[in-house]
Structures are given as structure tokens and as C-alpha cells.
Write a protein of this length. Structure first.
Length: 158
């Protein structure tokens, strides 16, 4: 007997950085920690801009405080979510594995420690590593559709 996980797909469209940040706000409403997601998109697709909206929606950081973790590898933001009228803590981790070359280097990042019960982990370039793909509970894919327009697709596995 084979069992397949249920997959839920949510689509967003953006025509500006402001709309991409707003999409991040909408995506937060669909994420219940713990979540470990791959963040896909070509260079310049707007992945960090989307994370700006996610961080802002979680009261974890202002958009101008969120930067790409290309050189630091991991950025950590402490925020809150409102659940049943009560605020609960949430940790947002934004990783960029572009510069990581192999699984051994990846192991030194301590991904297991990031995946706590109150965490949302967003991993850019995670598709490069089978171990990250196995751990993933879905992905956010961003595509440039011309000019400043973006297609944003959130796929969640249950």
C-alpha cells in the first residue's frame, strides 16, 4: 500500500516589490510552525523581498532590516504569531545555500537545531541537496513573468 501526502497549492501574483511584501503577509497566514520550506527562484526573482514580507507579518523585522543571507548563510528573526487571540513566539530562519558545496558543509550549519516547534525555516537553493529535499514540507517558488511581475506559488505537503 502506498500513501501519498496531501498537497495544497496557493498562487499569488505580484507586480511590484510592495506587492511581493504583501504576498509574504498572505503566506504567513498559511504557515503553521514548525515549517521547513525550500525557497526557489532564479537570482533576482525576489526571494529576499518575499522574506521581508514574511518577517514583517511576524513582527520579526522591518522590511529594510531583512537582507539576503548569501554571505552569512543564515539570518535569524524572532517574532510572534497570533493564535486563538493569543500571541505565541515564532522563530524565522532564512538560509541561503548557494555557496555551500556539499553535504558535509551543510551538516556544519546545524539544520536540525533550527527546526524547532516554533520555527519557520526558509531555505534558498535547498534543492541542491537531497537531505534538504527530504526534510522539506513544501516550497515557495518565485518566477519572473516580465518586468517587475512575479508568480509566487506556495506548495505545502501535509
Amino acid at each position: 500500500m502506498t500513501q501519498t501526502a496531501e498537497v495544497k497549492i496557493h498562487q499569488f501574483e505580484s507586480h511590484s516589490a510592495k506587492e511581493t511584501i504583501a504576498a509574504g503577509h498572505s503566506i504567513v497566514e498559511l504557515l503553521t510552525p514548525p515549517k521547513f520550506l525550500i525557497l526557489r527562484g532564479d537570482l533576482g526573482a525576489g526571494k529576499t523581498t518575499l522574506v521581508k514580507g514574511i518577517a514583517e507579518a511576524l513582527d520579526a523585522a522591518e522590511p529594510d532590516e531583512v537582507t539576503s543571507p548569501t554571505f552569512t548563510l543564515i539570518h535569524e528573526y524572532e517574532g510572534t504569531r497570533t493564535v486563538g487571540g493569543r500571541e505565541t513566539p515564532v522563530m524565522l530562519y532564512h538560509l541561503d545555500l548557494y555557496r555551500i558545496q556539499n553535504e558535509r558543509q551543510l551538516d556544519s550549519l546545524g539544520l536540525e537545531e533550527l527546526s524547532g516547534p516554533d520555527s519557520i525555516v526558509l531555505v534558498e537553493w535547498g534543492e541542491k541537496f537531497p537531505s534538504v529535499l527530504r526534510r522539506s514540507q513544501g516550497e515557495i517558488e518565485m518566477r519572473t513573468t516580465g518586468g517587475d511581475s512575479r508568480s509566487i506559488v506556495l506548495t505545502l505537503k501535509d
